[in-house]
Structure formats: structure tokens, C-alpha cells
Design a protein around this ligand. Structure first.
Ligand code: PLP
Length: 259
């Protein structure tokens, strides 16, 4: 078969041996939305649900080669990007995105694990903003990532987060989804910012529990819906609903938390 014509999402990211985050979560999410995945691995990590004990970077040319082969083999309708590890890997991914400008890319700007291990070298943040973000249809930072990416203190409220978001948007992504999941209060609010319109808020009740890999799931679910040609706002809405329902099921199964 020369080309698999089923719509695929190309997942570019790190593997997580625990299955809690990274490409395993991405593929699981995309498949439960009914699409197929193809992959380009950027890093191999050794993890349990409590800690990251090792990270092995993949050579940048090997990342680009995996992406090009996946794109040759399949009809890729969206690209989801997660852990990138190094500035050189970011540059390699950006080169392949330049070659495929019509495929929407969703970037989850993974900087660290929830256990505190750095998953992107600190010097690579400039490359991420300069070389990769302008090529992305959507970037999905949480409040901590937003603060690091804009060199600010953690946003104190929604207005502060919007100010930081507008600054990041000026650096080039077409749209930004600021995730408020780590904030406090009875509601969890995400905000979608784009250049040409007012911010759109997505509001959900805050659930009493947490789950690993929710950032991976959200960006993958949005990419899967974009791949099905849904408009951005609808894709974000569907992605939010997907993660909310997963989290709810996880809490029902394992009250308090879950992996
Ligand atoms: N490991 C990999 C490979 C990831 O891509 C991510 C997040 O995207 C993480 C770990 C962090 O996940 P968590 O915050 O659930 O620990």
C-alpha cells in the first residue's frame, strides 16, 4: 500500500514507560476519538507515576526522518507535539512543519513533569518561541508554562493570565489555549485567545482529584478534532469535554487521584 488514506494524527513527543503521559496517552486519546496515529519519538523516558529517573534524547535528524516517513506513509490531517527535550530537536521539528504548512499543528509546551523533572532544556525556550510557535495553529500552556514562556511571575488572576497570553500570542502562534486547571476555585476555566477575536472562556466544575497526562490528552483530543475538520473553538470544546469525562471516570474508580 503506497499511502494509508485513513485520517491520521502525527504524534511528536516522548515515551513514558509508566503509560501515564506522553505518546501512549496521545495514541490512546486519538484512537478513542476514532482516528489513527503515527509517531515520531523525540525522547525515551524512564518513569513511574511518582518520578522520572532517566531521559534519553533522540538525535534531531532521526526525529525529522520519523516525521517525514510518517507523512509519506499516511494521510496526516493534524500534528500533535508534546515533549521536545532539546533546542536541536525543536529546530528539526520546525523544519518538517515548514515543509507541510497546510497541516494544523497543536503544541503542548511541555517543560517539566508534575514530579518536577525538567523535560525541556531551559536554554531551548527561546528556540521554541522563535522557531516553532509561529508554525502552530494552537499552543496549550498551563499557567506555570505561560509564566515561564513569558518570563513572568505566575498569573494572579484571569486578567493577568490574559495579559501574559497576549504577549505570547505576539510571538507568533495563531491561537493560545491558557489552561487554568492548576489554579484554585470551584471552577476550572481555560481561555482561548486568538489575534482576530475576543477571548473565549471554557468553564467546567473543578473535580476533586487529579490524573497524569491530562495536558497530553487535551492537546491530542483537540488535534484529533481538528483533523476531522472541526473549527478550532469546537475542537477545543470537544477536547475539554473528553478530558473532563476521563477525569470523572478516573475519580469514580479511584477517589482522590489516579493515573
Ligand atoms: N513524560 C512525558 C513523555 C510527557 O510528554 C509529559 C507531559 O506531556 C510528562 C512526562 C509529564 O506528565 P505529568 O505532568 O503527568 O507527569
Amino acid at each position: 500500500m503506497a499511502l494509508n488514506r485513513d485520517p491520521h494524527v502525527l504524534v511528536v513527543g516522548g515515551s513514558d514507560s509508566s503509560g501515564g503521559a506522553g505518546i501512549a496517552r496521545d495514541i490512546e486519546t486519538i484512537s478513542s476519538i476514532g482516528l489513527r496515529s503515527c509517531v515520531a519519538v523525540t525522547a525515551v523516558t524512564v518513569q513511574t507515576h511518582q518520578s522520572v529517573t532517566a531521559v534519553h534524547h533522540i538525535q534531531p535528524s532521526l526525529v525529522a526522518d520519523q516525521m517525514r516517513a510518517a507523512l509519506r506513509a499516511n494521510r496526516v490531517s493534524a500534528i500533535k507535539i508534546g515533549m521536545l527535550s532539546t533546542g536541536r530537536v525543536i529546530a528539526a521539528v520546525a523544519t518538517v512543519l515548514h515543509e507541510n504548512p497546510r497541516i494544523p499543528a497543536v503544541l503542548d509546551p511541555v517543560l517539566a513533569s508534575s514530579s518536577g523533572r525538567q523535560l525541556l532544556e531551559p536554554g531551548a525556550i527561546g528556540v521554541l518561541k522563535r522557531d516553532l510557535m509561529p508554525l502552530c495553529r494552537l499552543v496549550t500552556p498551563n499557567l506555570v508554562e505561560l509564566a515561564v514562556l513569558t518570563g513572568s511571575d505566575l498569573a494572579l488572576d484571569d486578567d493577568d493570565a490574559l495579559r501574559q497570553g497576549r504577549r505570547l500570542l505576539a510571538d507568533g502562534p495563531q491561537a493560545l489555549l491558557i489552561k487554568g486547571g492548576h489554579a484554585e476555585g470551584p471552577r476550572s476555566t481555560d481561555m482561548l485567545l486568538s489575534r482576530d477575536r475576543e477571548p473565549v472562556r471554557f468553564d467546567m466544575p473543578r473535580l476533586a482529584g487529579s490524573m497524569r497526562g491530562t495536558g497530553c490528552m487535551l492537546a491530542s483530543a483537540i488535534a484529533a478534532h481538528l483533523a476531522g475538520s472541526k473549527p478550532l473553538e469546537d475542537s477545543v470544546c470537544e477536547g475539554k469535554r473528553f478530558v473532563f469525562e476521563k477525569l470523572l471516570r478516573c475519580i469514580e474508580r479511584e477517589p482522590g487521584s489516579g493515573a
